[in-house]
Design a protein around this ligand. Structure first.
Ligand code: NAD
Length: 448
């Protein structure tokens, strides 16, 4: 099928590249010329394992093209994905200006025939009808308007950064919402190779479940999923804070409750709290949507509050260990909001850097990706070191912020010899606390 994906970020580029890889003819559109130039040369502008290979193969097969020309993309596609960002406005609502600009351009560029316009971006409930309205506005005055037809579909994305290609080929479910059977049928046809697990790791599993529903429910599913996951993390963090006080170990507690199939073990890791580009903005957008309709979301507000407190907990632990932080040097292991991504949006490390520098500490950081890329220039109040020895040198404490696998194999004995004080705060409960204590560290976990 002919597909156009508008917006080539973490979601759009992975979606476009994977749909091309399974055999569709895809044009990816972005208004960032630098990105388009890079993608045209076969490179990925984002770090995502497996993505360069999928792009390279799709280019080789002649299945994918990149352009800044949205009109060309719209004319090509029978299915048009909107996959631009929907960040938070300062008040917490969704900033819909990018979706609006794209919907208007689609309206202006539509030619005769039928198209499916797919909201892949996470958009507030009711946006499907709103997009329809903006597209119609964009079409106004076209001479052939009665020969242009389209339907809007909500097809929220659930991929996780760092494993986005895997998630696209191995989804837990696909959600499509629309009032149009014609559009829903085309979406089923589009996703058939993925539904049939033709590119999945385990091809023997039953087909991927497809949730076919109305527009509003599809949009709500995305928000409810993210709000639930964020709440699960805030819940276990609250349990961790009680564990800290009563002398229980939250890792043991999480194992004990996670084995209950009604609870499940995923998203039960206590730590510095959730971050990234989605949870914060989506939970807050849902809180505001509820308020627009006269409902106050008590659980979701508590979920956000617990997360804010969790981010300050590491500073409190450092203060308990070192007393005064003014003039102290703190080293951060990891900066990205999770491993295997270069995404720094709403990363807990940024809050930590702010808090520590406000208290007069000198902050250094090492991150396997940030330290080795051009990204390292873009931060204030932190010295981004290029290797672990420089990071450890003279530190009064080290904080593990991101659970990168390679931090498990650091030579912690050697690190100890470089540090001024042997304090390590494991803000992800990721390291072997017993082994570190045996080496002579003061090991401080979360809730244990
Ligand atoms: P992103 O910021 O990485 O990418 C957005 C892209 O859109 C950028 O490349 C930007 O240049 C481009 N763009 C903006 N305006 C444009 C325009 N007028 N024309 C063409 N291109 C334009 O965003 P993302 O992380 O991929 O997220 C996209 C959407 O998907 C958001 O609504 C987000 O909430 C949702 N989502 C994200 C994730 C994730 O893990 N990142 C997961 C699920 C859903």
């Amino acid at each position: 099928m002919r597909v156009c994906v508008i917006g080539t970020g973490y979601v759009g580029l992975v979606t476009g590249a994977c749909l091309a890889y399974v055999g569709h003819d895809v044009i990816c559109v972005d208004n960032n010329e630098e990105k388009v130039k890079l993608m045209k040369s076969g490179q990925s502008p984002i770090h995502e394992p497996g993505l360069p290979e999928v792009i390279a193969e799709s280019i080789r097969q002649g299945k994918i093209e990149f352009t800044t020309d949205i009109a060309a993309g719209v004319q090509h596609g029978e299915i048009l994905f909107i996959a631009v960002g929907t960040p938070s406005l300062p008040d917490g609502r969704s900033d819909m200006r990018y979706v609006e600009a794209v919907a208007r351009s689609i309206g202006e560029s539509l030619t005769e025939g039928y198209r499916v316009i797919v909201n892949k971006s996470t958009v507030p409930i009711g946006s499907g009808d709103w997009v329809r309205m903006i597209v119609l506005d964009g079409m106004a005055g076209k001479p052939n308007i009665d020969k242009i037809q389209f339907d809007v579909v909500s097809n929220p994305e659930f991929l996780r950064e760092g494993v986005a290609v895997y998630d696209t080929f191995n989804p837990d479910r696909i959600v499509v919402g629309s009032g149009s059977d014609r559009a829903l049928n085309l979406m089923q046809e589009l996703y058939q190779p993925i539904i049939n697990r033709e590119f999945a790791e385990n091809k023997n599993l039953p087909p991927v479940p497809v949730v076919v529903t109305d527009l509003n429910s599809a949009e709500m599913i995305k928000y409810a999923a993210n709000a639930f996951l964020a709440t699960k993390i805030s819940f276990v963090n609250e349990v961790a804070n009680i564990c800290d006080r009563v002398g229980a170990d939250v890792k043991e507690v999480a194992k004990g409750i996670g084995l209950d199939s009604r609870i499940g073990s995923k998203f039960l890791q206590a730590g510095i709290g959730w971050g990234g580009s989605c949870f914060g903005k989506d939970v807050s957008a849902l809180i505001y949507t509820a308020e627009d309709y006269g409902y106050s979301t008590e659980i979701l507000k508590a979920c956000v509050r617990v997360n804010e407190l969790q981010r300050t907990l590491v500073v409190e632990k450092l203060q308990q260990a070192l007393k005064i932080l003014k003039g102290k040097t703190i080293g951060l292991l990891g900066m990205t909001f999770k491993p295997d991504t270069d995404d720094m949006r709403d990363a807990p490390a940024l809050t930590l850097i702010d808090q520590l520098s406000r208290l007069g500490a000198r902050v250094k950081a090492y991150d396997p990706l940030v330290s080795q890329s051009g990204l390292r220039q873009g931060f204030s109040n932190v010295i981004v070191e290029t290797d672990l020895e420089r990071l450890a040198d003279g530190c009064d404490a080290v904080v593990l912020v991101t659970d990168w696998q390679e931090f498990l194999s650091i030579d912690y004995a050697k690190m100890l010899t470089l540090m001024a004080h042997p304090v390590i705060v494991d803000a992800r409960n990721f390291l072997d606390g017993k082994a570190l204590k045996a080496l002579g560290y003061q090991y401080i976990g979360i809730g244990r």
